[in-house]
Design a protein around this ligand. Structure first.
Ligand SMILES: Nc1ncnc2c1ncn2[C@@H]1O[C@H](COP(=O)(O)OP(=O)(O)OP(=O)(O)O)[C@@H](O)[C@H]1O
Ligand SMILES: [Mg+2]
Length: 356
């Protein structure tokens, strides 16, 4: 077989077979898509071409002998295939091997439906956003609401208010990348000259009324302020926003958040934002104890963007993870049959080979 023929034969194989062939030949081959995998295998074939060809033939033969799984769609009775038109209430119920009663599993199409950019609507702040801003006029605030709820809106409105009162604002995030993103986002909202950034890598507009920085930088600024050496004015500071403030519980970096909160100038309001603080009331109580003004907690757990769980196989097949469109917490038997099938396929392909 010449190289061109070998390449063509490899391209005809499913990715899963190529991954099996790559085992022991290419490190971390699961990171590669089909084209890349074929190229890597061709490179690897330079070392032992006959070995690769014979393993390839063995895998092709094995695959030919294995009963091929019947695609799920085809095994369904005709009424289930046209299920999109069937209202949920009239779906036929089934019983699985364990005696669980089920509706037919959600199709990939149904599971993906509704994802995308929603039609434009007038912006109406949620009640918790209004409440957080109202509380912030009087107290420090801890906001603990799910991801995607709109914490940035509260940060932006609170910043705008502080700026109108000629106060400066510091916004901290745990990551340089997030600081960069917020720098771009806030520059668009407030105008480029109004926003500065201070991270280990970047230092721009350090005299701007809104400064974005990593929490470590703020902590160091506060240390310097305590020692009298400082180049950012803290006497006009009106608001400190700490995004991703669940880092307070981080075993290594948490101390930075703790010290920053302790050293934060008393005239500045604190706004802590997080999607995932386990004990936000404890944090609010602690801040109330150490700061001159009380701290309010704004908390809710209802997701505005519901989670969907899917399974993406390395061979690029995507399937819902569960039979239902939402996540059926505590009901592991509701795994989607297609996901189960792909798990088994993956195990067969990546586990120790039983047939040789
Ligand atoms: N009241 C609202 N009504 C509709 N959409 C909103 C509302 N508030 C915010 N949004 C939109 O929700 C999306 C998510 O907002 P945002 O990025 O602020 O979430 P977040 O709470 O900071 O999430 P994360 O925990 O991922 O940081 C944005 O597109 C934002 O414009
Ligand atoms: Mg956010």
């Amino acid at each position: 077989m010449n190289t061109h023929e070998l390449e063509r034969l490899l391209m005809q194989q499913p990715v899963s077979l190529l991954h099996r062939l790559a085992r022991g030949r290419i490190s971390r081959h699961f990171r590669s898509g089909k084209r890349k995998l074929v190229d890597l295998l061709l490179q690897a074939s330079a070392e032992n071409r006959p070995g690769l060809e014979s393993d390839l033939q063995t895998l092709i033969d094995e695959r030919a002998q294995r009963p091929q799984p019947v695609p799920v769609e085809k095994t369904r009775p005709p009424e289930a295939r046209s299920r999109q038109a069937v209202p949920a209430t009239s779906r036929p119920h089934r019983t699985d091997d364990h005696g669980h009663h089920h509706e037919p599993p959600v199709s990939l199409h149904e599971w993906l439906s509704g994802i995308g950019v929603p039609p434009p609507q007038p912006f109406v702040p949620d009640a918790w956003q209004v409440e957080a801003l109202a509380k912030l006029a009087e107290t420090d605030v801890v906001v603990s609401v799910p991801t995607g709820s709109g914490k940035t809106y509260v940060a932006i409105e609170a910043t705008a208010r502080a700026m109108r009162e000629n106060r400066t604002v510091i916004y901290t995030s745990p990551l340089k990348a997030l600081s960069n993103t917020k720098f771009t986002e806030f520059s668009r909202v407030f105008g480029p000259g109004q926003v500065g950034i201070l991270t280990g890598d970047r230092r721009e507009h350090s005299q701007a009324p809104l400064l974005i920085m990593t929490t470590e930088i703020l902590r160091n600024l506060l240390y310097d302020a305590a020692g009298g050496e400082i180049d950012v004015r803290l006497d006009t500071l009106g608001l400190v926003i700490m995004d991703e403030s669940q880092y307070l519980a981080d075993p290594e970096r948490g101390v930075v958040w703790e010290e920053t909160l302790i050293f934060c100038p008393s005239q500045a309001r604190l706004l802590l934002l997080s999607a995932s603080i386990g004990n936000p009331q404890d944090i609010a109580d602690w801040l109330t104890a150490i700061r001159p003004s009380p701290c309010s907690l704004i908390r809710h757990t209802k997701r505005s963007v519901p989670l969907r769980a899917g399974y993406l196989h390395p061979n690029e097949k995507l399937t819902p993870l569960f039979r239902t469109a939402g996540i059926p917490y505590g009901q592991p038997h509701l795994l989607h049959p297609e996901a189960k099938r792909l798990f088994i396929e993956y195990e067969e392909e990546t586990g120790p080979s039983r047939s040789r």
